[in-house]
Design a binder for this molecule. Structure first.
Ligand code: GLU
Length: 305
């Protein structure tokens, strides 16, 4: 495994839309244009939302746009013990504490006007509990989550498209109250164990990255390089969704487009091909130049021309 090894890590909660497919294509191009390996990880930690039929459809969609991957597909649900080990390591190091706050309490506290806090950041209510208060709470109910004691550490990293970033990390959830490892913990451990050198993903996750960098540092794991690519938005400027019309591959094909047209559209909208191009993913490898990637979201206007 090496510095150009990459991955795509979809959550099997529905079909991939054009934005997901474009992110997957760009991640694949980063790896393949440098001779790196490309791995697929199914992020199926959430038992409520993950469905095997969505996973099967997503694999079909990725293959249909010409992407391939190396080795076994990893399912996050199979890595629970490894996630638990990492979470316990943090507990033993005194960097995790149980939290009884409800979602509503966390939201209200974070948005209180006097806080002067980044919105959504946890204020540390349960970090401040004494031993006896904790014992009393435990007697009343099981914790709702385990949180990292982040100590408001400021984390810096450089994103290939967004440049230098520095952010104070709040006390985020490591292990959920429904006994599921939290996304940030699982991603860090899984990327490190597969020696992923470069994480390419949607820039809606840029906010999560400081948390992940801190976790990797605390667990003594390597920190990958990051590339957060812009999203594709609906005509109303919101995240792509069903109401925006033909936003999945299946819907585009049903509307009469070919896979080559869809790949051409994805590439052109990312700045990697001319508008109207008809291409296979492989045709993009030789000329792939990350400098040409756009920095701003693409707004979907209508069907692929
Ligand atoms: N599973 C996440 C998603 O589908 C991606 C996580 C990642 O790439 O780190 O949005």
């Amino acid at each position: 495994m090496g510095e150009h090894d990459g991955r795509y890590a979809p959550s099997p909660s529905g079909p991939l839309h054009l934005g997901n497919l474009r992110t997957a294509l760009i991640a694949w191009l980063f790896a393949r244009s440098h001779g790196g390996r490309f791995l697929l990880r199914i992020e199926d930690l959430d038992p409520q939302r993950s469905r095997p039929e969505h996973e099967r459809a997503q694999l079909r969609e990725l293959r249909a746009i010409g992407l391939d991957w190396d080795g076994q597909i990893v399912r996050q649900s199979a890595r629970r013990e490894r996630h638990r080990e990492a979470s316990e390591e943090l507990r033993r190091a005194g960097r995790a504490y149980p939290c009884w706050c409800t979602r509503t309490e966390v939201r209200l506290a974070a948005s209180a006007p006097h806080v002067g806090n980044r919105s959504g950041a946890y204020r540390g209510t349960c970090r401040a509990l004494s031993q006896s208060e904790r014992a009393a709470r435990r007697r009343a109910s099981a914790p709702r989550a385990w949180r990292l004691d982040a100590r408001a550490t400021t984390v810096s990293f450089t994103d290939r498209l967004h440049g230098a970033q520095a952010r104070a990390v709040d006390d985020f959830v490591l292990w959920r109250g429904d006994d599921v490892p939290a996304y940030n913990l699982a991603v860090v451990v899984d990327d490190a164990d597969r020696r992923i050198g470069e994480v390419v993903r949607g820039d809606d996750l840029l906010e999560s990255t400081p948390r992940q960098v801190l976790l990797a540092q605390l667990l003594g794991l390597p920190v990958p390089r990051y590339v957060h690519v812009p999203l594709i938005l609906g005509p109303d400027g919101r995240r792509l969704a069903k109401r925006h019309g033909a936003v999945t591959l299946e819907e585009r094909l049903a509307a009469g487009e070919s896979p080559a047209q869809v790949v051409g559209f994805l590439a052109a909208s990312a700045g990697l091909a001319s508008p109207g191009a008809r291409l296979g993913a492989r045709d993009l490898i030789a000329a792939f130049d990350p400098e040409r990637l756009g920095r701003t979201p693409t707004t979907l206007a209508g069907p692929v021309p």
